[in-house]
Structures are given as C-alpha cells and as structure tokens.
Design a protein around this ligand. Structure first.
Ligand SMILES: CC(C)(COP(=O)(O)OP(=O)(O)OC[C@H]1O[C@@H](n2cnc3c(N)ncnc32)[C@H](O)[C@@H]1OP(=O)(O)O)[C@@H](O)C(=O)NCCC(=O)NCCS
Length: 340
C-alpha cells in the first residue's frame, strides 16, 4: 500500500508549524491522530469520521492548512495553498455580510501580500477535495493575528452552511450538515495552538469580537465576556492587535460587538499530555531512548494521564469518543476506509 507523507501518523505538528516558512498542509487523519494522542483533544465522531475519508491513491480527502504567515503564503508558488486562500475568501464572503464592511476587509486581508504591520496573519482552514476534479472547498476557516506576549485575535471564523454531499464528494459522503460537527471549535483551537507555538509559548490568550447573539456560542466554547474599558481585561495592546486586521475600535462600538476572551486551552491541553507508542504498521515516533520493549501490536504506552480540559460542559447527547477510543477507531477505519 502506498504510504504518503500526508497519512504519516508520526507527523509532529508542533514541530512542523514552528519550522514552517509560511504554511503547512497536513491530512486531517494525521491532525486528528496527533492532537488526540499528544494534546488530549476530544472531537465529535462526526468530525473524526471525515478524517477517514480517502481519495484515489489513499490520499486524505480532508486536509488542514495551517497558514502561519498569510502575507508570505500569498506569494507562494504552491498551487494547493493558493487554492486554500481563494476558497477561504469564498467561504468568508458567503458567511459575512457587507453591512459591517467585512467583505472588503476579508478581500483585502486575503489578497494583500505587502503589509506594513509586523503581526503575522494566520489562517486555519479545513478543506476537502471534490470527487471529480482537482478543486477544493474550504469547509471551516479562522483568520486572525497574534503578537508575542499579548495573544491571538480571531477576526473571522466560519463553517460552511452545506451538507457533506455524495454529488460533490463521492459515495462515501455521509450527507449530514457540516454545521454542528464541532468544526468551528476545532478551527478555533488549531488557531490557539498555532499562536501558542509561533509565539514561543508566550500566547495563551485568544481574543475576539462577536455580535450579541454569538456570545452564548463562544461561552459554550469556554470564552468569557471582557469589559473593553478595563485595561486588565482588554489591554491597549489588544486594541492595536485587532486594528492591524482591519477591526477598528470605532467599528466595534458602532456595531455593538461584544468582546470575548479565553486563556486556557479551547480543546484538550496546550502542552503535550501523553506520549503514545505503537508497534503497528503506522510507524509512530519512538519515545526518547528508543521504542519500548514492552510494546506489542496496537499496545499503547501512556506516559501520563490525559488531562483533557473539563471546563466546557457537554451537551447531554453529545457523541464524543474518549481520546483513545477515537484514535483507535481512526486507526481501524484507516485500515478499512473506502475510497470515495
Ligand atoms: C457560528 C458558526 C461558526 C458555528 O459553526 P459550527 O462548526 O457549526 O460550530 P460548532 O459545531 O463548533 O459548535 C456548535 C456548538 O455550539 C452550540 N451553540 C450554537 N449556538 C449556541 C448558542 N447560541 N448558545 C449555546 N450554544 C450554542 C451548539 O449547540 C453546538 O454545541 P455542541 O458542540 O455541544 O453540540 C457557523 O454557524 C458560522 O459560520 N456562522 C456564520 C459566521 C459567524 O457568525 N461566525 C462567528 C462570529 S465571528
């Protein structure tokens, strides 16, 4: 069976993101595997299921783009990242109206390669390859910036209002909506991981503004409302940060946007919590000092217990897996995934 870098389970995403010139694109299967085992991230089954979908050549249908410096990525010659940037623009234009001047700001942020400010613009995009062409579609995206020792600021966050359809994605598509699978929360948390790593672990805070009707949604993710007049809760450096991505103080006041912030992990734990060793065919990274003698096929060695964040209350019917169960399901699905 052909093994591509995209379905390499041993990929160390922290290392790849830290070393990236301007972007890294990784199959969703590797991303789910890495964050489940290394950071105790627990995703809904409806999201991890997308990670098992393969195309011809057993390449992942769903991928995640971690754009660590948009201005540089815009000038990149890589076709795949160009498509991601264009399709992120399409998604954000669909989901944000022009009333607040958002369309123009989104276009400007996603097309201007020359920027005068020093804060890098970050984009996290979950995207999928369509079945009958080389075209992609961005399903979920977050766009924002960060500054060392200040934090990350999310200017735009959206999930595509559409279903995972067989006509677009082939016979193995589940025909369910992309909404409500935890995609926005996943994108937000990837944004936080990237700002944390790229700021030499000096940024845990994520700040954002939203309409009043979205306050409960972000509270559901663990955010709290901040008083923008209190410099302890909303420092002047945050105002400079959001101004750098075209969100001005006067607009915030004009549209009565609410300020929200979080300073703990949105998903799982920001630092690595467990290390896994598998002697199965997935060729995992060996623990320091070489592979354990005790490891047998599909046996797991956990150095520490999962310390998944338990602050966020779960809905009663939420279909989540435990970290280990989800990843094991991924592994077995990987072995039997149907191409489509
Ligand atoms: C808002 C939006 C990003 C959500 O995307 P999504 O991928 O469906 O979101 P998720 O699946 O991660 O989260 C939905 C969760 O929030 C919960 N939720 C949604 N609205 C809520 C509310 N008003 N109060 C409490 N919880 C709410 C849902 O019940 C669901 O909870 P669950 O995960 O426990 O089942 C998407 O609808 C969108 O793109 N909207 C347009 C753009 C926008 O408004 N962006 C946000 C402001 S920048």
């Amino acid at each position: 069976m052909e093994k591509t870098e995209d379905i390499d389970f041993s990929v160390d995403i922290e290392d790849r993101v830290k070393r990236a010139d301007n972007h890294v694109i990784i199959g969703l299967d590797s991303v789910v595997h890495y964050f489940t085992f290394q950071h105790g991230v627990i995703l809904k089954d409806s999201l991890t299921r997308l990670a098992t979908k393969l195309m011809d050549g057993r390449k992942p249908r769903f991928k995640v783009a971690f754009i660590t410096n948009l201005s540089w990525a815009i000038s990149s010659q890589t076709l795949e990242v160009q498509k991601v940037i264009n399709e992120t623009k399409t998604l954000l234009h669909e989901e944000f109206s022009d009333e607040d001047g958002d369309s123009q700001n989104i276009s400007s942020l996603l097309t201007t390669s020359k920027r005068t400010d020093s804060n890098p613009i970050i984009v996290i995009a979950l995207f999928a390859y369509k079945a009958k062409s080389d075209e992609i579609e961005v399903i979920g995206a977050g766009l924002g910036t960060f500054k060392n020792k200040v934090g990350g600021y999310v200017a735009y966050l959206a999930t595509k209002e559409d279903v995972y359809s067989k006509s677009k994605y082939g016979k193995s598509a589940d025909t369910e909506s992309f909404l409500g699978r935890g995609i926005a929360k996943f994108v937000l948390s990837m944004f936080q991981f990237v700002t944390y790593w790229r700021s030499y672990k000096s940024c845990k805070h994520i700040f954002l503004h939203c309409n009043k009707d979205k306050v409960p949604l972000f509270q559901h993710y663990g955010f709290v409302e901040a008083d923008m007049t209190d410099k302890k809760q909303w420092p002047s450096s945050v105002k400079t940060l959001h101004a750098s991505v075209g969100i001005s103080n006067s607009d915030v006041r004009l549209f009565d946007h609410h300020a929200m912030t979080i300073d703990v992990a949105i998903h799982g734990s920001l630092d690595k919590t467990i290390r896994l060793s598998l002697s199965a065919s997935s060729q995992p990274s060996a623990p320091p000092g070489g592979p354990s003698k005790k490891s047998t096929k599909a046996a797991m060695i956990m150095d520490r217990e999962i310390t998944a964040d338990r602050r966020i209350p779960r809905m009663r019917n939420e279909k989540t897996s435990t970290a280990v169960a989800a990843a094991l399901a991924m592994l077995s699905a990987q072995a039997s995934a149907s191409v489509g």
